[in-house]
Design a protein around this ligand. Structure first.
Ligand SMILES: Cc1ncc(COP(=O)(O)O)c(C=O)c1O
Length: 475
């Protein structure tokens, strides 16, 4: 029986909540039977929806029926074990339950005082991660640095760039706006979020230098140095560089020690983006990917890619929080409180662009506690093992070739038949529905990418991918 106020009673919530949890568990169990890529055509989903919202509330069963009949066919299944596209966005039971709790608590963690646990759990888990990933101790909150959860690597980069901008301009841009003299540096392989940050932060895309890469798609430090010197000679003010640990296209590893030395010599803020690959550092044997990270002013990686934590959850650290907090802090009267004034608490609204913030640390805490460090390492090693096995098959087949080194869980490869053949192979394999993979261009050639990292992916799914690829190639 519905109540006049239309709120869902605790009893109704219990009942429907169980139905939803059951639905999700069933979904995960039947994922393998669903075509990975949605077959919806543009407009299909909207055409199935009523043009107007309901005047009166509807039974919960009707909502779930439409999830099944309308939403599900329009969904591409990133959680499918056959998901090999773009990058992983793996989720897990503990993460989803942590997310549910976060929604149920519904707190705003903008200030320490608006929900102390929201802030302190986050600080604590990010300090844990410094140890788990063997990051430089300077990132610990117990010193001058500290970590914060951002919604995305894109916003982490934006915050790093704003701090760098203010450090370089003596906080003049915050006050008066920019004069177009500040310059930023990344490689031709850097994720587009850096250009977006440069635009949003007002440096201007024309002041972003795209430094050339070597044969392995990694930034050339000498070219970075030359670009900075040319800008200095032209009266520009080099402020920020972004190096990547695991580029989006091919998992190239920019040489951090040499890039760090260049940045230090010229006084640039070095941000290191390890959005996807950073998770690998859970395992001691992969930590070489972050050699030189001690040069970084800021660093981020995405548990929402490869650490079983559903979107959104980007972990972002700075070695010195002073410039970041000064660049982003504005304290109106209505947010003043004794805890902030005591100087004894962290107010994370000063570490990000929005004011409001969710209790994201809960899901990350749940994931770390449920799996344990060894459990997480096990899965990272498995994903790397599966990708390496696939790379071995490609390498051993005369019709196929590896297009780039595959240091971790991403394999870039192609059929030797040329761009058109590869496009047809990819389209055929994706149309089959059993797996999904995506492409890039490397050395100006169409390149297929197999990114291993879905929570449920096992040997048989990777073997199936290889079989489907070879069948599509007619071999
Ligand atoms: C290296 C790298 N940086 C940044 C991003 C963007 O991540 P987000 O969606 O968290 O902004 C990606 C995702 O593709 C990435 O691979």
């Amino acid at each position: 029986m519905r109540h006049d106020d239309r709120h869902m009673t605790p009893e109704e919530f219990r009942r429907h909540g169980r139905e939803v949890v059951d639905w999700i568990a069933d979904y995960w169990e039947r994922l393998e039977t669903l075509p990975v890529q949605s077959r919806a055509a543009p407009g299909d989903v909207r055409a199935a929806l009523p043009p107007l919202p309901p005047r009166d509330g509807e039974p919960f069963a009707d909502l779930m029926r439409d999830v099944e009949e309308i939403v599900l066919p329009g969904t591409t299944h990133w959680q499918s074990p056959g998901w090999f596209g773009y990058f992983p966005a793996n989720a897990s039971g503990p993460a989803v339950l942590g997310e549910l709790l976060s929604a149920g608590l519904g707190v705003q963690g903008m200030l320490w005082s608006t929900s102390p646990a929201c802030t302190e759990l986050e600080t604590h888990v990010l300090d844990w991660l410094v140890g788990m990933l063997d990051l430089p101790p300077a990132f610990l909150s117990t010193g001058a640095g500290g970590g914060v959860i951002q919604d995305s690597a894109s916003n982490a980069a934006l915050c790093a760039l704003v701090a760098a901008r203010e450090r370089a301009s003596g906080f003049a841009v915050d006050e008066r706006g920019g004069d177009g003299s500040l310059t930023a540096y990344c490689s031709t392989q850097t994720h587009s979020s850096i250009e977006k940050a440069v635009r949003v932060a007002g440096l201007g895309a024309a002041n972003l230098r795209r430094v050339e890469v070597d044969d392995l798609q990694a930034m050339r430090p000498a070219a970075l140095d030359a670009a900075i010197r040319a800008d200095l000679a032209a009266g520009k003010r080099p402020a920020f560089a972004c190096a990547t640990v695991g580029t989006t296209s091919s998992h190239a590893l920019d040489p951090l020690p040499a890039i760090g030395a260049v940045c230090r010599e010229h006084g640039l803020w070095l941000h290191v983006d390890a959005a996807h690959a950073g998770t690998a550092a859970l395992c001691p044997e992969f930590r070489g990917i972050q050699d030189g990270l001690e040069f970084a002013d800021s660093y981020c990686f995405n548990p929402h890619k490869w650490m079983f934590t559903n979107f959104d959850c980007d972990c972002f650290w700075v070695r010195d929080r002073t410039d970041l907090v000064r660049a982003l802090s504005i304290l109106p009267e209505y947010l003043r409180n004794a805890a902030t004034e005591s100087g004894r608490v962290v107010d994370y609204r000063d570490w990000q662009v929005p004011l409001g913030r969710r209790f994201r640390a809960l899901k990350l805490w749940f994931v770390i506690r449920w799996y344990g460090v060894e459990g997480l390492r096990h899965h990272v090693r498995e994903h790397v093992r599966l990708a390496q096995e696939f790379a071995g098959w490609v390498d051993a087949d005369p019709d196929w070739e590896l297009a780039a080194p595959a240091p971790l869980n991403l394999v870039c490869f192609r059929h030797r038949g040329g761009d058109e053949a590869n496009r047809l192979i990819m389209d055929a394999v994706n149309a089959d529905g059993g797996i999904f993979l995506s492409h890039t261009r490397l050395d100006d050639r169409l390149t297929l990418r197999l990114s291993v990292g879905a929570t449920l992916t096992a040997d048989r799914h990777v073997a199936r991918a290889w079989r489907l690829l070879r069948e599509a190639a007619g071999g």
